[in-house]
Design a protein. Structure first.
Lengths: 212, 212
């Protein structure tokens, strides 16, 4: 049976996993979960039984259901090691994980849908502040680690986190001027097929008006 | 040269790393970074040069400086594999990572100091809501994965995240009644030497009135 990915076109966490699946050449069925419609389909009893965290992405694979994007990506890395998404050198692996964790734990959770819902009018300003503060640190780190991509010249887990986070920044109208390294790497990655075909503008659940 | 850990006694992210170092028998020097005093010593120019993310923990080891608790713990796991903090079976490894990421990305960032500072009077209520909502999911997950500890009967990265998060819950007076599995595992882990000696009440920077 093909793996089943529960995904929402605009969810940056879902996009990370879509990129990993594409890079590793794993075909899958996609089940859209609309985080807005009906008050959020992730809160349905059916989805809660699948993922008690009530979040996308979730991936049914090899007889189990995984959630949390990096846990899913690490599982794919261990079971489908080629092409690898972590460098061989432990110090470089640590750099990849630092950047990925900085985005996944330090930026995205503070500007996700469930937090922003509670911010009312301040929503936009809150999201901008979280992303700006995170990107200031990220820009400095990347100046030490980057080659063509976040760490050297190989696509890694860090890159899978970077591109969806930049898309969020653009959606929240963050001025990207102060982040030339982030901008350059993001642009290079968006040229790659695995990032193109998994883009939020090209998903089965992308609304017509947002389609590329 | 011994590794240097930059830590704050009450930081749950620092505690995760202290437990990993203790379990793996790695001795280190501890440099306290007071997140409250002087408006937060993590914001000093000196510390920012060390860690642009301006957060603890940071670990100087093997000629590099690492930050982000799970990235640090993964580096220690790869360079000091015994005792292991990830099971051998990929599916069980994925369960460990799911639980760790759920805490590290899904709960802690929403109730950390920098977010709570912005919540004013609502601080306590906000923290309680984040932790309660995260623990409801965690309790369900653990009912499937737990043995003595979070995943089976071996201490794993998930456990290193659980105990400091429960300490935060207690500090924010979360009612732990609905979470018997979390409570049982937390209690079992607190019996272990590595969790005892790294406890916030026994750190060099623990204020006298909070010492055990």
């Amino acid at each position: 049976m093909e793996p089943i990915l529960y995904s929402y076109f605009r969810s940056s966490c879902s996009w990370r996993v879509r990129i990993a699946l594409a890079l590793k050449g794993i075909s899958y069925d996609l089940v859209p979960v609309n985080l807005i419609k009906d008050g959020g389909q992730q809160f349905s009893a059916e989805f809660k039984a699948l993922n008690p965290m009530q979040q996308v992405p979730a991936l049914k694979i090899d007889g189990i259901t995984l959630c949390q994007s990096l846990a899913i990506i690490n599982y794919l890395e261990e079971t489908h090691p080629n092409p690898r998404l972590l460098p061989q050198d432990p110090k470089k692996r640590a750099q990849v994980r630092m950047i990925a964790d900085h985005i996944v734990s330090g930026i995205q959770p503070l500007q996700n849908l469930s937090v922003l819902k509670q911010m009312g009018e301040k929503k936009m300003e809150w999201a901008q502040n979280c992303i700006t503060s995170g990107f200031q640190a990220l820009e400095q780190i990347l100046q030490h680690t980057a080659g063509c991509y976040c760490v050297g010249d190989e696509v890694s887990m860090a890159d899978l986190c970077l591109v969806p986070q930049v898309a969020n920044a653009e959606r929240f109208k963050v001025d990207m001027g102060p982040y030339p390294t982030i901008t350059r790497i993001n642009k290079a990655l968006l040229e790659l097929e695995a990032f193109k075909i998994t883009h939020p503008s090209r998903q089965p659940d992308t609304p017509a008006e947002l389609r590329a």
